[in-house]
Design a protein around this ligand. Structure first.
Ligand SMILES: [Zn+2]
Length: 151
């Protein structure tokens, strides 16, 4: 089974390494913006394939969206179009994406329910002086053990 992951699917951090999963260059660009770029390493680990949809599929998706009076970003349009091109199952949590997928006869699967491997954010704080530090081990200020906690 082939899957197409939208931005929310990738940001969920779910382990998709066992899947034949694709996404579009526009999703990649969206994720590159800001602090989420560390997810790119995760995406590469997951063997995510990057492919652009055909102009024809984009056209089909746009027409359907207009017909339904829905709002969708360019990125959404491309993701849906790629799923059409590949006959893939869409991995998306977004309700409107799922809605559009049904309208286009694209099968979809929500990703936030089971087997989630979250990308966790940790911070480190010294147990002695209470300063926030960059990494675990000993505090560079006072030498006390540093504790890690999740945000
Ligand atoms: Zn300290």
């Amino acid at each position: 089974m082939v899957f197409v992951a939208d931005t929310s699917a990738i940001l969920s951090g779910k382990d998709i390494s066992g899947l034949e999963a694709y996404t579009t260059p526009s999703v990649l660009n969206e994720i590159k913006i800001g602090r989420r770029s560390r997810l790119l390493g995760y995406m590469l680990d997951a063997n995510l394939r990057i492919q652009s949809p055909s102009a024809q599929a984009i056209d089909t998706v746009r027409k359907k969206i207009d017909e339904m009076g829905e709002n969708a970003s360019e990125v959404d349009v491309e993701v849906l179009a790629l799923a059409l091109d590949l006959g893939a199952t869409l991995l998306a949590d977004d309700y409107s994406m799922q809605n559009l997928a049904s309208a286009l006869s694209i099968s979809f699967k929500p990703i936030s329910q089971k087997g989630i491997k979250k990308i966790r954010n940790y911070r480190y704080r010294c147990s002695g002086c209470g300063r926030f530090v960059k990494s675990g081990g000993e505090c560079p200020f006072c030498g006390s053990p540093v504790k890690r906690f999740r945000l």
